[in-house]
Write a protein that binds this ligand. Structure first.
Ligand code: GLU
Length: 472
């Protein structure tokens, strides 16, 4: 892997440039991931720029959600975060420099004139492409003006997009877009280019909803004589039904994947990588491998479909592969009470029994819940039903047998329960079910011998005794 081979000798710099108008959604996280992997693969830099120029829609909580989500997913950016709004003076200076060079002009079109142009375009069923009469004229008064790009009118522009391939647009389609508003503030289109240039960005990797913008941004590079970046526009993520991803498909903030769904960052990150990029049939790909393997040639051209089931399965894999102590801490943090050292240790020891049954941290917590219940247990309806008939009489025999078990290990416990079942002429399950109800208060739990072993002798015998019929 060389820093130069696939990148024409440039030192790679990528960036993720979210607008802080909402949470960090799953599509944004994938864009950030691809930028990070591409940069790391080429020993380059991955930068973060918060595009907060839209003052009305940008919020501090959104900025925090983005930083928090990226940190959680291990999308570690290099250096300081760049805040776009703080650079407004620099953006304006570039717009003025473009006017000086004749690549942009002051446009004095009034709102009425613009409305007239819009109405005319609508009547002709054509998109509005402004070619202002002020392209070639100047004005001396202090009438308000905007600065517009003097867009090329002849010929065509071709982008050799690293994902989409060659895309050509006739220059007549590119309008004289506004660079500076009449209040002197820069537009998004100008700010992106100036910032990308100043940050030394060599590869712009972003959603393909920005492909059209690339054709409007390139003239700014050309006008300033700046090196043009390589572009890679990645297809958006669609829902499992093929429609554009919406909330109902899982287009939530990454915090929802963490908090509400209890997913692990490794699983989300691995899933996002596979969503739109492939390396043979590999499904489980560590960050390290991803950095080694990632290339833009492996990014598909068509939209990928978000599949919650796959993500859940992958998460189950990562839960099983996770370190018990790490999982115990994650579960402890989700418990509705302060987990002490002894309880944390118990959680740690329980993971072997709990992990295989859990696809997410919610299920892991649910599985661990029986450990911390207080006696006498309140039984849910299913568990209560398991203790009807002669089940409580079985509990009496189980209690006696278990009380006699010398070493409290799963083998000895299983042998004791089997003996009771055999003596009573019932199946093992018929003995295990009432036992489960008494020990956990529920109908389902980890393997019953694990439950006994984890609860320990005293607690287990106590919980069984609580459910035994009163003598007499
Ligand atoms: N701020 C833009 C967005 O959030 C991204 C701009 C870019 O990547 O060039 O959609």
């Amino acid at each position: 892997m060389s820093a130069t081979k696939d990148t024409g000798g440039t030192h790679v710099v990528t960036r993720f440039a979210p607008s802080p108008t909402g949470f960090l959604h799953i599509g944004g996280a994938r864009t950030a991931l691809f930028n990070l992997l591409f940069a790391r693969h080429h020993n380059g830099k991955f930068l973060l720029r918060i595009e907060d120029t839209d003052r009305a829609r940008s919020t501090q909580p959104a900025i925090e959600a983005i930083l928090d989500g990226m940190t959680w997913l291990g999308l570690d950016w290099d250096g300081e975060v760049t805040y776009q709004f703080a650079r407004a003076d620099r953006h304006a200076a570039v717009a003025h420099a473009m006017v000086e060079k004749g690549a942009a002009y002051r446009c004095y079109l009034t709102q009425d004139e613009l409305a007239g142009m819009r109405a005319e375009a609508e009547a002709n069923k054509k998109p509005l492409r402004i070619r202002s009469p002020w392209r070639e004229k100047t004005h001396d008064g202090d009438t308000p003006f905007v600065v517009r790009l003097k867009a090329p009118t002849e010929g065509a522009t071709t982008i050799a997009d690293l994902v989409q391939g060659e895309v050509t647009v006739q220059n007549s389609e590119i309008d004289d877009l506004v660079l500076l508003r009449s209040d002197g503030t820069p537009t998004y289109m100008l700010a992106v280019v100036v910032d990308d240039h100043d940050m030394g960005v060599t590869h712009v990797i972003r959603g393909d909803d920005h492909l059209n913008n690339a054709f409007r941004q390139l003239p700014i590079y050309k006008a300033m004589g700046w090196p043009e970046p390589h572009y890679a526009h990645i297809p958006l993520i669609h829902g499992s039904d093929g429609a554009k991803l919406s909330k109902r498909h899982g287009a939530l903030g990454v915090d929802a994947y963490r908090d509400e769904m209890g997913l692990l960052p490794e699983a989300v990150s691995n899933y996002l990588l596979r969503l739109g990029w492939g390396h043979g049939d590999d499904e489980i790909i560590s960050r390290e491998q991803a950095i080694k393997w990632f290339d833009l040639a492996g990014v598909g051209k068509s939209p990928s479909r978000f599949d919650m089931k796959k993500l859940e399965n992958l998460n189950g894999y990562y839960i099983r592969a996770s370190d018990d102590a790490v999982l115990a801490d994650l579960v402890a943090a989700r418990m509705p009470f302060e987990v002490g050292e002894e309880q944390r240790d118990l959680l740690r020891r329980s993971m072997g029994a709990l992990k295989p049954r859990a696809a997410n941290l919610l299920e892991l917590c649910d599985g661990a819940w029986f450990l911390f219940r207080t006696r006498p247990l309140e039984l849910d309806d299913d568990a209560a039903a398991l203790l009807e008939g002669n089940a409580r009489a079985i509990l009496v025999r189980l209690h006696a047998a278990l009380d006699g078990v010398a070493g409290w290990d799963t083998e000895a416990l299983e042998a004791a329960v089997r003996t009771v079942a055999d003596d009573a002429g019932i199946k093992l399950g018929a003995a295990a079910q009432p036992l489960r109800a008494a020990l956990t208060g529920r109908k389902t739990s980890p393997g019953i011998f694990d439950v006994l072993a984890l609860l320990g002798r005293e607690e287990s015998l106590g919980r069984i005794a609580d459910q035994m019929p009163l003598p007499g």
